[in-house]
Ligand binder design. Structure first.
Ligand code: C2O
Ligand code: CU
Length: 481
């Protein structure tokens, strides 16, 4: 039989996620092509609904340093329980960084150190990983390296990388999925002064947007249930909000902050000019009609509202419905631009090592197993020993084709990689640039190339459907001299 925990992790079967009543036999799993069946099993009055575009999208607060030292900006953030308004006039208990549902945005600068001192005021262990950051192992937020309740912990981030849209979230082993779902997430943006010359929209026209889902009960509880029950789409923590824009270009830093979901985003025909992906700017902008973003991935896009009159509404849709809308309210000067060429991608050295990573969720009774390379995560085991300075090719394969298939999303800590190909064919448009996370559909493979640079120590790589990684779909590498 499937237990509750395993049930939670089974969502995200391709196209047609299956929702089973708790304790359904494994044998009952069957391919299901009908999206209308996704929500089978949850009663409609279990959840609240908010009319679309009735609340305003907030901007997450920007973290203010408690000290600006010669060598570093120092922040202090409490990890604590809070009650926030997600749905209007209803308070929802969440876990938070600093008291808000989306944590304070940490604004870092290339080449300048950031130190964050966290105090864990929850009654359970938690920790912090900055997703996409190139960082010494001691500050990476390894799943076993947690902050005990009442404890404090200082993370030191060198920020020796180019400008990028990163995010920080809990990574405490076995509880990361619940914790991130409950609100332990926020933006970590690196600004690179050398990128100012591109003239991209900046300041108030550079807007981070965390998109995630939620299931909120009529009493305001944020319920952690099977991913497919999460009917509400949130942008920066509010359901299907509106956002007022001027008739000009904006840079939106889109993050899929779900624990377990693929978004296919479009603006109803309005083009999105993608300028960046996980690890920073692309070599050149590319016009996208649809953005595929899996859990943990980011896409930086420029949208030009300059051709619209005030009064025009542009809706952002996912295939599952409207995410939010942009309401054009007034005209304004627009000195920003999107140059034809952005940041070049330097060549990586010739790879000398090739490795395979295979995702395999075994549904065989009595207990499903969440495997990478036939094993569940064991922090005492080093799966890959990597020599510092080496360039490697990793072939990521999703072996889960049975029962209609199960989606997985690969994430590597420490280094950004480049996608070389997908089953021998060209990478997808969404694979361009520096990536740390990619979606791999059932039965398919992707090859990525990565160079391990200066840092030594143990880091993890895992499925970024956190409902999978928390059950063991994770492994460990060690960089050695
Ligand atoms: Cu976004 Cu290992 O995590
Ligand atoms: Cu997975």
């Amino acid at each position: 039989m499937l237990n509750r925990r395993n049930m939670l992790a089974l969502g995200g079967l391709t196209g047609a996620s299956i929702l089973l009543p708790p304790d359904a036999a494994v044998a009952a799993l069957a391919p299901d092509g009908d999206p209308a069946r996704r929500r089978r099993g949850s009663r409609p009055d279990d959840r609240v609904h908010v009319p679309p575009f009735s609340v305003e999208m907030p901007l997450p607060p920007v973290a203010r340093p408690v000290a600006v030292r010669r060598d570093a900006d120092v922040y202090r953030i409490r990890i604590r329980n809070a009650r926030v308004e997600v749905v209007p006039r209803l308070l929802t208990p969440v876990m938070s960084f600093g008291g808000g549902f989306v944590g304070p945005t940490i604004m870092a600068r290339t080449g300048r150190k950031v130190i964050v001192k966290y105090r864990n005021e929850l009654d359970e262990p938690a920790n912090v990983h900055v997703h996409g950051l190139h960082v010494p192992a001691s500050s990476d937020g390894h799943p076993m390296d947690v902050i005990q309740p009442g404890g404090v912990r200082e993370y030191v981030y060198p920020n020796g990388q180019q400008g990028a849209t990163l995010w920080y979230h809990d990574h405490s082993h076995h509880t990361e999925a619940q914790h991130v779902y409950a609100g332990l997430h926020g933006f970590y943006l690196i600004h690179d002064p050398s990128e100012r010359r591109y003239g991209l929209p900046s300041g108030r026209y550079d807007v981070p947007i965390m998109i995630r889902d939620a299931l909120i009960t009529p009493t305001g509880k944020l319920a952690y249930d099977v991913p497919d029950t999460r009917n509400m789409l949130l942008a920066n923590g509010r359901p299907q909000p509106y956002f007022r824009v001027a008739a000009r270009k904006y840079r939106f830093r889109l993050l899929n902050g779900t624990t377990h979901r693929l978004f296919r985003l479009n603006l109803g025909g309005v083009p999105m000019i993608q300028i960046g992906s996980d690890g920073g700017l692309l070599p050149a902008p590319q016009e996208m009609r649809e953005l595929l973003i899996s859990s943990g991935e980011r896409a930086d896009v420029v949208v030009d509202f300059g051709r619209f009159r005030p009064g025009r509404r542009v809706v952002m849709y996912d295939t599952s419905g409207a995410v939010m809308c942009f309401d054009v309210v007034h005209r304004v000067e627009d000195p920003s631009r999107v140059p034809d060429e952005l940041r070049p991608l330097p060549d990586l050295p010739e790879p000398t090592v090739t490795r395979d990573v295979v995702f395999d969720l075994q549904l065989t009774p009595p207990q499903p197993k969440y495997l990478m390379n036939d094993q569940v995560f064991d922090h005492d085991r080093v799966d890959f020993r990597v020599r510092r300075g080496t360039t490697e090719i990793w072939r990521i394969h999703n072996a889960d084709v049975e029962l209609g298939g199960i989606n997985h999303t690969f994430h590597l800590h420490l280094e950004q990689f480049r996608v070389l190909d997908r089953d021998g064919a060209a990478p997808w448009p969404s694979d361009r640039g520096r990536k740390d996370t990619i979606y791999v559909p059932p039965g398919q493979s992707a090859r990525v190339k990565v160079r391990f640079t200066e840092y030594l120590g143990k880091y993890v790589y895992h499925c970024h459907f956190l409902d999978h990684s928390s059950l063991g779909m994770m492994a460990q590498l060690e960089v050695v001299p």
